[in-house]
Ligand binder design. Structure first.
Ligand SMILES: CC(C)(COP(=O)(O)OP(=O)(O)OC[C@H]1O[C@@H](n2cnc3c(N)ncnc32)[C@H](O)[C@@H]1OP(=O)(O)O)[C@@H](O)C(=O)NCCC(=O)NCCS
Length: 200
């Protein structure tokens, strides 16, 4: 197994690794058919076992503070994708990908990494154990079925009937939202400060 830069030839294996890695998480239905491309700076690494991709990390880099990441004062790298194939987890691959990526991010002038994690406790634990700290959170809400949508969302186009809605809730009454809807995810921002990172 080696950590190296992503190459075009990796795309199919990258997509398979990603979809399998998210099956047992709250992102289980967020499927990609193409590997995302980034117009600005990025770090795209894979853990390769021969031709098979068993881990991946994509980080999109701020050209200026606040370009991509949330902090308007510091340049950061936003972790767009981080995943390890379920058959290869807990072998240190996620940590190796992160360490290689954060070294490159520091070299590129980034001051922190930003990750947005849903409510998978073991992933949050991995983040906390890797030095990230919780900064902020909001709720992501799925509403399915015309009955649940009544009085909530209306279409202005005749004969167009919404049957499904995905919404962000940034208010303070999280308990109400959690009690009202069946599928609600807490989306949390975790930051990793790179300025005091010890490369040794
Ligand atoms: C989070 C993730 C990248 C970690 O990769 P990894 O290679 O398994 O992690 P490492 O081997 O570096 O670290 C292992 C540690 O992570 C945690 N961990 C990883 N998988 C776990 C699991 N299934 N259950 C509990 N803890 C787990 C534990 O703390 C573990 O340490 P331990 O084995 O000593 O208990 C990987 O589990 C994954 O792909 N998760 C699903 C995708 C995802 O949610 N990505 C983040 C959103 S961007």
């Amino acid at each position: 197994m080696m950590i190296r830069g992503y190459e075009e030839i990796d795309e199919n294996s990258w997509l398979r690794c990603r979809v399998l890695s998210f099956l047992d998480t709250s992102y289980y239905d967020k499927v990609l058919k193409q590997k995302p491309r980034y117009e600005k700076g990025s770090i795209e690494l894979v853990a390769a076992n021969g031709e098979e991709i068993v881990g991946l990390i994509d980080i999109e880099l701020d050209a200026l503070p606040g370009d991509i990441c949330s902090d308007p004062e510091r340049r950061g790298g936003l972790i767009r994708h981080l995943a390890v194939h379920p058959d290869h987890r807990r072998q240190g691959i996620g940590s190796l990908l992160l360490i290689e990526a954060l070294g490159r991010a520091r070299t590129a002038g980034m001051q922190y990494l930003e990750a947005w994690i849903r409510d998978d406790q073991w992933v949050r634990d991995w983040c906390a154990g890797s030095g990230f700290r919780l900064v902020d959170s909001y709720l992501q809400v799925y509403v399915d079925g015309e009955e649940d949508l009544k009085g909530l969302v209306e279409s202005k186009i005749p004969q167009l009937h919404p049957v499904s809605v995905f919404a962000h809730y940034t208010g303070s009454d999280k308990a109400y939202i959690l009690s009202k809807f069946t599928r609600v995810h807490e989306m949390s921002r975790f930051d990793l400060d790179l300025t005091d990172w010890d490369d040794n």
